[in-house]
Design a protein. Structure first.
Length: 198
């Protein structure tokens, strides 16, 4: 799915995930238009990077928050399953945002996690990443927080960022902090395209 996030409109639906077909489909846009695209927001599928670099040569790449946290939640649930934690409702409690839980649900989650310290740490790291998204305002602060998070959470979530943690941190920071192109805390005009898997 290709959309213009500024205009909040759907541009195209591309029924493929192969690099070659994506490049061919996106290249249908005139070259001068593609060269004006400044930012592309994508999920973390590695194939997208090559596609964007070829089709939108002047665009910076941003990892979409929704997809990053979706992968973290998926990994957290896998850890739960491996530990054999099957308590009724635990999946919902673990994967929900902490602030969205009722007082009773928070107490229940805390009680259940006491017997699974590894899962409790993985859960706290998931919530810490969400906090970084919510509270980071500067690139230097974000870099420091994300590197610390990776150091603490790597045993649980390290595989998510792939081989290059430096690249991963950079692409996430572009979503949550101002960059040379994007100022998310103002109404600065920008050109942005979003590519999501179907």
């Amino acid at each position: 799915m290709v959309s213009d996030l500024d205009k909040k409109c759907l541009i195209d639906v591309i029924a493929t995930r192969t690099q070659e077909e994506l490049i061919e489909a996106l290249s249908q846009q005139p070259k001068d238009i593609r060269e004006k695209v400044e930012e592309v927001c994508i999920d973390m599928w590695g194939g997208f990077v090559k596609v964007i670099e070829e089709v939108f040569p002047n665009a910076i790449i941003v990892y979409d928050r929704f997809h990053v946290l979706k992968m973290v939640n998926k990994r957290l649930n896998e850890i739960r399953c491996k530990l054999g934690m099957r308590a009724k409702g635990i999946r919902h409690l673990l994967l929900s945002n902490r602030e969205d839980l009722t007082k009773e649900e928070k107490e229940e989650l805390s009680r259940l996690l006491k017997d699974y310290p590894i899962l409790q740490i993985a859960y706290e790291e998931k919530e810490e990443l969400r906090e970084i998204y919510e509270r980071t305002r500067t690139i230097s602060g974000g870099t420091r927080k994300l590197r610390r998070w990776l150091k603490n959470a790597e045993v649980f979530y390290g595989e998510i960022c792939g081989l290059s943690q430096v690249w991963w941190v950079k692409c996430i920071l572009r979503y949550i902090t101002p960059s040379e192109v994007v100022e998310r805390t103002t109404k600065t005009q920008r050109t942005q395209r979003s590519i999501d898997p179907m």
